[in-house]
Write a protein that binds this ligand. Structure first.
Ligand code: NAP
Length: 326
C-alpha cells in the first residue's frame, strides 16, 4: 500500500488538468516508481497506477499533515500528447526551468546555439532560423529578449511573431512585464509594443506579465548588513521557479487564450529582510542598474498585488524572506 488517493478540489475542476492528493503514511519508505494496484486514478476512462502517473506528472510538496507526507500530483490530460510546444531562449535561466516542467515529448527547446539533442536553433536575429524552429508547433512560448536597447529588443520580438505566423503556430504565450499594458516606461517600452503587436497580429495568445525576479535581491551569504535605497517600500518580486511553473501551466492547459496575467509575488521590504536575517539595515542606494530599480521601488512602482500567480500555481508563490534565511 503506497497511500490513499482522493481528488484534490477545486483544482480538479480547472480546465482539463486534474490534481491528486496523495498521502504517504510512512514518509521515506515509499517507492513511488513502483506501480501499485492500491493507488489508481481514473483518468479518461483508464485506471492508472501511481507508477504510470509519474510519467506525466508535475508535483508539489506540501507540509506533512498528521505525520503523513502529502504530495500534490498534477496529471496532464491525454489529449495534450499531440501538441508540440516550442520555447524560445530555452538556454536561459527562465527558459530552462520551463522546459524542465513540461513533458519531454511535448517540448522543443529553441536556442541560439544548440548544444544538446532535441534543441533546435532559433536566433532572434535570424528570422529564417525561427521559422524553421517553430514549424509544426501548436504553441510558442516567446521569452522576451535580454537585449537592453528597446528598439532592438522589439525587433527580436516582432521577428519571432512574424516567424510564428509564417510557420503556422496556433498560439503564442509571451513573457511581458508588469505594467506594460498601461504604462510604457523605459522598463516596459518594448514589452508594451510587443503586446500591441501580438494583439494586432490576430494570433491567439496569452500574456504573462512577470514581476522583477527575486533572485538578484537575495543578499550574499557573507553580507554583514542590508543596504537599500527603497525607503522601506514594498517589492512584489517572484522566483523564476514560480514564474516558470505558471508559464508551464498556461502552456499545458486550455482556457488561457485571450487572457493576460499580472503576476506578483508576496510583498516584502528590505527592512523586513534585514530583520529576518538578523542583520542591520541601512538606507543606501546601490550603484548601477540595481540602484535604478531601488529608486523605482521607492516610488511604489513594485507594490502592486494580484492573485494571478497564486491562482495559476494553485498555491502561494514562494516568499523571498523564508528563502533568504534558509
Ligand atoms: N523580470 C525580471 O526581473 C527580468 C530580469 C532580467 C531579464 N528579464 C527578461 O526575462 C527574459 C528571461 O530571463 P532569464 O533570466 O531567462 O534571462 P537569461 O538567463 O539572461 O537568458 C537570456 C536568454 O536569451 C537568449 N538570447 C540572447 N540573445 C538571443 C538571440 N539573439 N536569439 C535567441 N536567444 C537569445 C540567451 O541565449 P544564449 O544562451 O545563447 O545567450 C538566453 O537563453 C530575459 O531575456 C529578459 O527579457 C526579466
Amino acid at each position: 500500500m503506497v497511500g490513499q488517493l482522493s481528488p484534490e478540489s477545486p483544482k480538479s475542476v480547472r480546465n482539463e488538468v486534474r490534481w491528486l492528493r496523495v498521502a504517504f503514511p510512512h514518509p521515506g519508505k515509499r517507492d513511488t516508481k513502483s506501480p501499485s494496484k492500491d493507488c489508481s486514478w481514473w483518468r479518461n476512462g483508464t485506471t492508472r497506477t501511481i507508477g504510470q502517473l509519474l510519467d506525466d506528472i508535475d508535483h508539489a510538496h506540501v507540509p506533512p499533515q498528521n505525520g503523513a507526507e502529502i504530495q500534490l500530483f498534477r496529471v496532464f490530460p491525454v489529449g495534450l500528447t499531440t501538441r508540440m510546444i516550442v520555447i524560445t531562449a530555452a538556454s536561459g535561466a527562465l527558459g530552462s526551468l520551463v522546459v524542465e516542467r513540461l513533458p519531454a515529448n511535448l517540448v522543443r527547446p529553441a536556442v541560439r546555439h544548440p548544444r544538446h539533442p532535441g534543441q533546435v536553433r532559433a536566433d532572434y536575429d535570424d528570422p529564417a532560423s525561427m521559422r524553421e524552429a517553430f514549424s509544426g508547433a501548436e504553441r510558442l512560448l516567446l521569452i522576451s529578449s535580454p537585449e537592453l536597447d528597446p528598439a532592438r529588443r522589439l525587433r527580436h520580438h516582432l521577428g519571432a511573431l512574424q516567424a510564428a505566423q509564417n510557420a503556422g503556430v496556433k498560439s503564442v504565450v509571451y513573457t511581458s512585464f508588469l505594467g506594460a499594458d498601461t504604462n510604457p516606461t523605459s522598463l516596459t517600452e518594448a514589452h508594451h509594443a510587443t503586446e500591441q503587436a501580438i494583439i494586432e497580429s490576430g494570433l491567439p495568445h496569452t500574456i504573462l506579465r512577470n514581476p522583477l525576479y527575486s533572485e538578484p535581491f537575495l543578499p550574499p551569504r557573507t553580507a554583514s548588513e542590508v543596504l537599500s535605497g527603497t525607503d522601506g517600500r514594498g517589492l512584489n518580486t517572484a522566483f523564476r521557479t514560480d514564474l516558470a511553473q505558471a508559464a508551464a501551466t498556461v502552456l499545458l492547459e486550455d482556457g488561457h487564450l485571450g487572457r493576460a496575467y499580472d503576476l506578483t509575488g508576496p510583498l516584502w521590504t528590505f527592512p523586513q529582510l534585514a530583520a529576518a536575517l538578523g542583520l542591520p539595515y541601512r538606507e543606501q542606494t546601490p550603484p548601477g542598474p540595481m540602484g535604478w530599480l531601488h529608486t523605482l521601488a521607492r516610488s511604489g512602482e513594485f507594490e502592486r498585488q494580484t492573485g494571478d500567480l497564486e491562482n495559476l500555481l494553485g498555491r502561494r508563490p514562494i516568499p523571498i524572506i523564508p528563502h533568504a534565511v534558509e
